[in-house]
Design a protein. Structure first.
Length: 252
């Protein structure tokens, strides 16, 4: 409860700083925000400086805001085959119509879920058989995929197509746990101002290159480009997390 309360107030603090003109990657230069992060770190409210997830497992290694792609073995190979995923999206003619369930954005942010660890099968899964096949070449996902068929699967892990319309901003926010990492594979990259930031770092999207995001740090996205940003997005377990640690988070 304490972490969630502070998390929400920190998100508001960061957003207020951005409205005052502070750039997304200069948040920690604010003396007030630095002092807040420093206090909650030194008092063991969160195990890593700058992190604000509601649930934190201090025994897991701190991967930093944008971990190296090497921590998710196979992710680069999948990203290089993005055209297969995009072709499948176009071929099945499934429009991305559902607004996200988040309330952390201005503009239009839509998504299409194609796989979920807590459900036996989503309607779209069969239509994205090639995409699922590509993702299963990622060892950590394949293990999760196989485990999801058990009688007691882990919930909360998914694969979805995410579409961010022009003039849309995903506001600064923290994820919920450091027991997971998020992989983003660009499918459509419009021309113009488009970037994702996390903590004090910023990344642009490149075809054939995955972005690994540690969303337990403050992060957000800005699309001021001339078209939709479309990505394949998947939440995966922290590469060194044990099954017991993953269950502990979900049970808690």
């Amino acid at each position: 409860m304490l972490r969630q309360n502070i998390k929400s107030k920190l998100e508001a603090e960061v957003y207020a700083a951005m409205l005052d003109g502070c750039s997304a990657t200069a948040i920690l230069e604010s003396r007030r925000l630095f002092n807040i992060f420093d206090y909650i770190y030194k008092n063991d409210i969160w195990p890593f400086f700058g992190m604000g997830a509601s649930h934190c497992d201090a025994s897991l290694s701190d991967l930093g805001p944008f971990p190296d792609i090497s921590i998710i073995e196979g992710s680069l190979n999948v990203a290089k085959q993005y055209e297969i995923i995009l072709d499948e999206l176009n071929r099945v003619r499934r429009s991305i119509r559902a607004e996200t369930r988040e309330f952390i954005y201005t503009g239009t942010w839509r998504s299409l879920d194609i796989w979920s660890s807590g459900e036996k099968e989503l309607p779209a899964e069969d239509m994205f058989a090639k995409t699922i096949g590509l993702m299963r070449s990622i060892k950590v996902f394949n293990t999760l995929y196989e485990y999801s068929k058990s009688n007691n699967p882990l919930s909360g892990y998914f694969i979805r197509i995410s579409s961010l319309k022009p003039d849309t901003i995903i506001l600064p926010h923290f994820g919920i746990t450091n027991t997971r990492v998020r992989i983003q594979i660009p499918l459509i990259i419009p021309d113009g101002e488009l970037f994702i930031y996390c903590h004090n770092q910023k990344r642009s999207y490149e075809y054939g290159t995955p972005i690994i995001l540690n969303d337990s740090y403050i992060h957000g996205v800005k699309n001021q480009a001339d078209g939709d940003r479309v990505i394949l997005l998947a939440d995966l377990p922290h590469p060194s997390a044990s099954l017991d640690q993953l269950k502990d988070f979900r049970d808690g």
